[in-house]
Design a binder for this molecule. Structure first.
Ligand code: CA
Length: 585
């Protein structure tokens, strides 16, 4: 059999070839699954080829249903790199080059000097271009709060007609949660072990979710005021907990003053170009005469290409960092805003706080935003959906879970993979327990998966005590504070998992390799490894009803964690359980 040429893919200066840090370049190539026996890379400095040329074997990292994925890290001595791939199977050896498949000798990159194939280039590692998320995001565990529903500490601020805490949420009702409620409960949050908060919007708005902003410079009076935010952030920082806010810059609210002005003065408004009005005067029905979020008339889309709008919103982003010392922004509907706006906002934000975390709300392939010039990370819904399908509905088996996640890993640079925002639930999705049809054991397993996977985990308030709820608005129920109604066992388990993650750098920062040959049906097995560490961790998840015996090559390694708490020396994973072992080289 010859090598399947049509499957081979590599694109320079993409997630196939990127600077990992100032001295390391990662190169990746894709081949047909199970097709190529060996893959090596011939690389060196194009101006000093003879002294630098090196052949390095690539590692097959994993596969999906169609492809094998190979990767290698190289350290070009002069930050310049030219390279070709050498693919081998039993029948043939092929050079894969910038021109395709070539049969020359690949003597070197200079064709005038005896070279016969066309080399790829990574021209120069320029540090400013490296995707470099803040280091703390690698180690963080987030807790997402919907402030209207977390805790009501100050009834004086409540809107009129609040429902009693614990009543059912509707699209329009209010319960009176506020910022003081979060500050007052920081001990609870800290006890859980989380290290960062993500608050959905807190600026003045007419709704309970606050995604239709009236005034970006004012805390919603139902939540408190600027001093309450400053107090919350200070108190969180005292506990080494960071705070990320929600930036809703794709659209404003209908009551946003500039939009009110456009409603009133039409094309003569000085703000006429702040929005995308297709036709004046402004009409709301049957669909708005202006671009909006979806077709929601109360969420007019902002024209972020307009220099005044750009300046206004970038100033909002830096203002709250300067005033309240917040640590990051989650960007709502991030993929519908122009890339140029995000590039300029990133620069401004990083100037005032170099380690601020910038997280985009994107539910799909986010490669175009994760190249170092826009976001540090995105909400990793592809992981969430794979987790639902594997652990909540059993729609996919472990092999498929491993294949999907291997494919996802190859979309982004490794440094991005390490901080992808991994969530099981959010204010926009049914809660995980709801998806699990109320099966708490499956929810526990989902937490185990989330907290032993690469990425930055985020726990949606109340998931840790067994709160449930279907799609919005049901997933936005009020937090349960009565001890008797909280699932304390579940909470202790989540806390234990967070502590495990905090104790194990490999879980927080390590690479993840699925052991495909052991992934089968109900059984998912993966390895976490990290450069500079001589240990590796093996993680096994068993969603089945029977215990799983994990096959180890030479004896059972040290058991680090098992979900039923029975520490023994066997390689057994309990039914609907998970375990972690440590191998030392
Ligand atoms: Ca209140």
């Amino acid at each position: 059999m010859t090598i399947a040429r049509a499957a081979v893919h590599h694109r320079p200066k993409s997630s196939d070839a990127y600077a990992y840090d100032e001295s390391t370049v990662h190169l990746r190539i894709r081949t047909k699954r199970g097709d190529v026996a060996d893959c090596t890379i011939l690389w060196g400095d194009k101006y000093g080829w003879e002294d630098t040329k090196t052949k390095t074997p690539m590692t097959r990292i994993g596969h999906d249903e169609r492809y094998d994925y190979w990767q290698v890290a190289v350290e070009p001595p002069y930050r310049r790199l030219c390279y070709v791939f050498c693919l081998e199977d039993a029948e043939e050896t092929l050079w894969f080059t910038e021109w395709g498949f070539e049969s020359g000798t690949a003597a070197g990159p200079d064709r005038e000097d005896g070279g016969t194939v066309h080399f790829f280039e990574f021209p120069f590692v320029n540090p400013v271009d490296i995707h470099d998320p803040p280091a703390w995001a690698n180690d963080a565990v987030f807790y997402q709060i919907f402030p209207e529903r977390f805790a009501n500490a100050n009834p004086d601020l409540d809107p009129e007609g609040v429902e009693a805490w614990g009543e059912a949420p509707t699209r329009n009702n209010f319960f009176g949660g506020d910022l003081q409620g979060i500050t007052d409960n920081l001990e609870y949050i800290d006890d859980l072990g989380v290290t960062a908060l993500y608050l959905t919007p807190i600026f003045e708005s007419t709704s309970n979710h606050k995604y239709n902003t009236t005034d970006y410079y004012r805390i919603d009076p139902q939540f408190g005021d600027e001093d309450d935010l400053i107090e919350l952030v200070e108190a969180a920082h005292d506990r080494d907990i960071r705070v990320m806010l929600d930036a809703v810059f794709n659209h404003a609210g209908r009551a946003f003053e500039p939009f009110q002005d456009v409603i009133e003065h039409g094309e003569n408004s000085e703000y006429a170009d702040w929005f995308h009005v297709r036709e004046f005067p402004i009409e709301f029905e049957p669909i708005p005469s202006y671009d909006a979020f979806a077709f929601e008339p109360y969420m007019p889309k902002l024209n972020t290409e307009n220099p005044e709008v750009k300046e206004y919103f970038i100033e909002v982003a830096t203002h709250w960092i300067e005033v309240a010392d917040i640590d990051g922004w989650r960007l709502d509907v991030a993929n519908e805003v122009d890339h140029q706006f995000w590039r300029e906002m990133r620069q401004a934000v990083k100037e005032v706080k170099p380690d601020a975390y910038i997280l985009g709300e994107i539910w799909h392939d986010s490669s175009a935003w994760l190249r170092g010039d826009q976001f540090d990370s995105v909400m990793n819904y592809p992981f969430s959906y794979a987790a639902y399908d594997f652990l909540a509905t059993d729609d996919i088996d472990a092999e498929t879970f491993a294949e999907k996640n291997t494919k996802f890993q190859f979309r982004y640079a490794d440094q991005a993979n390490k901080v992808l925002f991994n969530l099981l639930s959010s204010h926009d999705t049914p809660r995980m327990l709801h998806r699990c049809d109320g099966d708490v054991d499956r929810l526990r397993l989902a937490f185990f998966l989330q907290l032993t996977s690469p990425g930055t985990p985020c726990i949606y308030y109340g998931d840790e005590i067994g709160m449930t709820g279907g799609n919005d608005p049901d997933c936005r129920r009020t937090m349960i504070w009565d001890d008797a109604d909280q699932n304390r066992d579940l909470r202790a388990f989540v806390s234990e998992l967070i502590a495990l993650r905090q104790a194990e750098p490999l879980l927080r920062r390590g690479q993840c390799r699925f052991l495909h040959e052991q992934c089968s049906g109900d059984h998912l097995v993966y390895q976490r490894e990290l450069e500079g560490h001589d240990d590796t961790l093996t993680v096994a998840i068993n969603r089945g009803d029977e215990p799983l015996e994990v096959a180890f090559q030479s004896g059972v390694p040290e058991l680090v964690f098992v979900s039923d708490g029975e520490r023994d020396t066997t390689g057994t994973v309990p039914a609907t359980g998970g375990a972690v072992w440590r191998h030392v080289e």
